[in-house]
Design a protein around this ligand. Sequence first.
Ligand code: AMP
Length: 418
Amino acid sequence: MLTSRPRGTNDIIPGEVEKWQYIEQIIRDVCCRYGYREIRTPIFEHTELFKRGVGETTDIVEKEMYTFTDRGERNITLRPEGTAAVVRAYLENKLYAGPQPVKLYYIGPMFRYDRPQAGRYRQFHQFGVEVLGAHSPGIDAEVMAMAMEVYTRLGLKGLELHINSLGCPECRPKLRESLQEFMGPKLQDYCPTCQDRFERNPLRILDCKNEKCSQLSAGAPTILDCLCDECAVFFHDVKTHLKELGIDYVVDETLVRGLDYYTHTAFEIMAEGIGAQSSVGGGGRYNGLVGQIGEKDIPGIGYALGLERILLTMEQQNVEFPPSWQPDIFIVTASPEAELTVLKLLAKLRGMGYKADKDYNGRSLKAQMKYAGKLNARYAAIIGENELENGTVMIKDMTTGEQKEVADNKVTEVLGGK
Ligand code: AMP
């Protein structure tokens, strides 16, 4: 073989692909019922879009982008996430000029130069939604409700919705000040990285994995202590909407998203994994992002989940998938004279919506029956010389082994309606 697939990529082959199609079909159905329309943006964009739209100081932009210069000397990046491109498309296609909000969803491959490991790839897939042009806390609740519905419909168990508020540019300086007040007296006991962050971004100190730093930060003020009146009311309203919708949630003050354009609601959904709970998706409000990309003051909220992670969690939880492709009927013949009759019957059945197939490799009658069995065909239709002469077909129920001869125009009666 000339080469294998690039590291961190996967082939999704028949047998697996049906699981993907099943997940995608549920996603599309839920989106449709909530009034979210699909958007398909390019797989690659100008690099600066992600630098601006994802954030210069994020791991994604600093370390993980697939960036190259194309033949026209343009700086191009394979998309590492969906939101920035959707916001660009919203602006570029002037979707803001139509009725608001615009509720969009996407499903597709994303690319990150990550270290490949279980559930972490260089090409992976995300489903995401973005709502642009709506301020109301009701839409935050809708996005969360819809996400929960997707997981429930997929059959996931042990679901928990974690929510937080990140405030707004008004309340962040207050948090910064409170954190500095809290940490300042003990600053010399923190690690050098935290000391370095103290002035620039004390919020990041709360993320430090160093045990001593975590201990020192225990009991530190949180954003919820510092919300301005408007943000506090907004958060209260989001929670009220969730309660009204009967959606349980846990307020998790440690839930943060690092960038300035995130505002108000942040959320994450956890599901039962093997032994521990794991995150199966998350999102939040980004009222500052459209302004970063297009100088328009338009609010937004979004959410994304990784399809590989969902599939893995479904498999861990033994969720049952529908069976993979299997023919309703497999037509068997060992008689060269019957070939034309078989082709016509096959075309007729397919035309009526049945999944029908035949052998193309000159197998013996016995081998064709075995092949039909391997394909899990529901019925086999045997056309031998006798049947050809009589204008009949021998139908074998592959589950019970029962056989009966029927007129060739009565085959569909045995198969059941379509
Ligand atoms: P993020 O955009 O980093 O918030 O990630 C959203 C979701 O995408 C995560 O919950 C993961 O399930 C998935 N994801 C992110 N990076 C990868 C990756 N390298 N491989 C597979 N899934 C990923």
